[in-house]
Design a protein around this ligand. Structure first.
Ligand code: GDP
Length: 447
């Protein structure tokens, strides 16, 4: 990272009422000097100034703008920041950016560079930076809620708290390494082993949350399976009509799996309509069937849909054997079923619907969101939102499990050192240049 002053458009490029350009670095105030008639020496931090923004050379007015100055270290990045709120016109934005590029030691920010500087200047740890990225990416209420908690530091506090406990153990052990003739008192051996054991239990419990955090970011996977003509596409359409569609990622022919992303009562959900599960000769359909099996394995929930006029739950015997804990049975075409047959299906724990006439869809949606939300209530508010955290936590537990005080003290200390390194990798408290670029590279410019 160089020490140039960086600038970028922080709002989306295009026509809008207001666009924000952010400038951060030790020369940020040069904008005030070179592009406005304000005195950069006497400007007050955190005051809004309504000024004419001018070109550097010809002093022509580009736009009337609102200018704010944040003095280091009391800014997002911890550096001097000048923020320009200009009109969201493509011409104005281009002209302002072009003039900024002419100021000495100024350059366009790279993706995520503002956040990276905030991290380097101790304004946030990596989990908070990633929480901010998730907040910006959030599309549903629950995504927003958890991203906000992470940005406020819930994971940071948890992980750095654990790490501090380990560092205390480590410093105790290191004191004894320096005095090899002394033995650790038995009472302390017991206490230390207990602390480490309890920590490893806590982390293991935290790890057992079944990837809810990752699902919250990426969407819960729901697969609709059933024989051809059971009404899978009709059901998917009926659900889509009810709920807000986020993205529709319609792949290939109707015989391939089709993914549809929805906001289901605040939870992001990805529905997959699969090709029929019967064995067929047709090559394309065979491919569809392979995809279906893979999707079933990966699914969080499987909707077993059958034509109630000719089939029953027996159709799913094979799936039930392997995935009984994540199935919902749904009888379709109930619009043509007599009331007593409907009762029979209901006794077998089936939801009775008509996809075509959109009956029972709300009940099904309620049932799905109930199942998803129950996964949250059985877990704490501290969700592991990234595979990166999960890997580092596993590494930590592995090292803690190796720990005991019946071996050479240097080896015991090394277990603790490696375990705390695992936690430090998550929060960014150890040298981790190699992972920083990867993390901040996924941010957009101006963030
Ligand atoms: P898929 O092959 O499982 O995707 O089934 P489709 O959604 O294409 O539906 C197959 C046929 O069943 C179509 O002719 C639909 O109109 C019909 N169908 C689907 N749902 C219902 C329903 O609830 N009631 C009735 N009567 N027909 C339905």
């Amino acid at each position: 990272m160089d020490n140039k002053t960086i600038y970028a458009l922080s709002t989306v490029y295009g026509k809008s009422g207001v666009a924000v350009i952010r400038i951060s670095g030790k020369n940020a105030k040069q904008v005030i000097k070179q592009m406005t008639s304000l005195d950069e020496e006497t400007i007050k931090p955190r005051y809004a100034y309504f000024v004419d923004l001018k070109t550097i050379v010809t002093r022509e007015t580009i736009d009337k703008c609102l200018l704010l100055y944040f003095k280091a270290p009391y800014s997002f990045t911890g550096e001097d920041i000048v923020e320009l709120q200009i009109h969201g016109s493509k011409a104005v934005i281009a002209l302002v950016l072009e003039n900024l590029s002419q100021i000495e030691n100024f350059r366009l920010a790279e993706a995520g560079e503002f956040s990276k500087r905030a991290f380097y200047n101790g304004k946030m740890d990596l989990t908070q930076a990633e929480g901010l990225a998730d907040l910006i990416d959030s599309e549903t209420r629950e995504q927003q809620k958890y991203a906000m908690r992470q940005m406020e530091g819930n994971l940071k506090n948890l992980y750095s708290g654990w790490r501090e406990e380990l560092l205390k153990v480590l410093s105790y052990l290191e004191a004894y390494i320096d005095f090899p003739d002394e033995e650790i008192p038995q009472n302390d051996v017991f206490k230390l082993e207990n602390t480490v054991f309890k920590l490893s239990e806590d982390i293991r419990k935290h790890l057992s949350n079944n990837q809810i955090g990752e699902r919250l970011r990426e969407g819960f996977r729901i697969v609709i399976v059933g024989a051809p003509n059971a009404g899978k596409s009709s059901l998917l359409n009926a659900i889509v009509n009810r709920e807000a569609v986020i993205v529709s990622d319609i792949a290939g022919t109707t015989r391939d799996a089709i993914d549809v992303h929805l906001d289901l009562k605040g939870y992001p959900v990805m529905f997959t309509d699969t090709a029929g599960l019967r064995e067929v000769e047709d090559a394309i359909e065979k491919k569809g069937i392979e995809i279906a099996h893979q999707k079933i394995e990966e699914a969080d929930l499987i909707i077993c849909l059958f034509d109630s006029l000719k089939d029953s739950v027996q159709l799913f015997e094979n799936i039930e054997k392997n995935f009984s804990n994540k199935l919902i049975f749904v009888a379709n075409k109930c619009d043509r079923l007599p009331a007593e047959k409907i009762k029979e299906f209901e006794k077998q724990n089936c939801l009775c619907i008509s996809a075509k006439y959109k009956q029972g869809i709300d009940k099904l949606i309620d049932k799905i969101s109930e199942i998803i939300s129950s996964k949250f209530t059985t877990n704490s508010n501290l969700l592991i939102t990234r595979e990166r955290y999960r890997e580092a936590l596993r590494e930590t537990v592995e090292n803690l499990e190796k720990f005991n005080l019946h071996k050479e003290i240097e080896l015991s200390a090394e277990d603790i050192r490696l375990a705390s390194r695992g936690l430090g990798k998550i929060t960014g408290q150890i040298e981790i240049d190699e992972i920083l670029d990867k993390i901040f590279g996924t941010f957009c410019i101006g963030k």
